[in-house]
Design a protein around this ligand. Structure first.
Ligand SMILES: N[C@@H](CCC(=O)N[C@@H](CS)C(=O)NCC(=O)O)C(=O)O
Length: 214
């Protein structure tokens, strides 16, 4: 199995697909394509007609779109229960994951993932404040219901979908109530997350459109 990812510093969608694989200890090869470098699109198109990362290649299967990759992994490796076992909780986890996949445009635009940067307070437009409030509200609901440590008790695709938001909250120093601060710390301190971050810090490419505050 091979996962095609983008720059680790910037590619939040890549992180969402990579994290469940690494956190669950699944063996896979990885190919990093530096985005917006000459020839990058052709390299991605060799794997996926959609022309975006991440892309998962497993034998004859090509899977793109982060949520589809999460679904594929959850089905292929049921032993890791990447979705909650309970039907209602699973529906909830899928709903918040789809909400992340389709929404939070203001947060994504004004607070792009950038693990190498530290921009406290930057990007806080009213629309971003609304996105932050929504993330906090849905995290609170999940953590209160499950008791933690992850959104649905154990690690699921939903945690992976919000991992780049955790990283953004660190980069832009978003102040949070203690239970949410604890969640941010737990995700940030996962061995897999630290491994991704170390690789991001070792990168040197700069993607101008993801650097509005540089
Ligand atoms: N909805 C897609 C989004 C993928 C996406 O936008 N990937 C970005 C990197 S984070 C990309 O490939 N950008 C390069 C480009 O658009 O040419 C998913 O969930 O996988």
């Amino acid at each position: 199995m091979r996962l095609i990812v983008g720059n680790k510093n910037y590619s939040s969608w890549s992180l969402r697909a990579w994290l469940p694989l690494r956190h669950c200890g699944i063996r896979f090869d990885e190919e990093r394509i530096a985005l917006f470098e000459p020839g990058y699109k052709e390299r991605i198109l060799r794997y996926s007609p959609a022309g975006k990362v991440p892309v998962l290649i497993d034998g004859n299967a090509t899977v793109w779109e982060t949520l589809a990759i999460g679904e594929y992994l959850a089905e292929k490796y049921p032993q890791y229960a990447m979705w909650p076992k309970d039907l209602l909780l699973r529906a909830h986890a899928r709903s918040i994951s789809a909400e992340m996949h389709a929404g939070f445009a203001a947060l994504r635009t004004h607070m792009p993932m950038n693990m190498r940067a530290h921009h406290p307070g930057k990007g806080r437009t009213p629309e971003v404040e609304a996105d932050i409030a929504r993330v906090c509200s849905l995290w609170n609901t999940c953590l209160e219901r499950s008791g933690g440590p992850f959104l649905f008790g154990h690690f699921t695709v939903a945690d992976a979908m919000y991992a780049p938001v955790v990283s953004r909250f660190v980069t832009y120093a978003v102040e949070l109530a203690p239970p949410l601060e604890g969640y941010v710390d737990r995700i940030s301190n996962l061995a897999a997350m630290q491994e991704w971050r170390a690789a991001a810090l070792a990168e040197s490419e700069v993607i101008a459109e993801d650097e509005p505050y540089r």
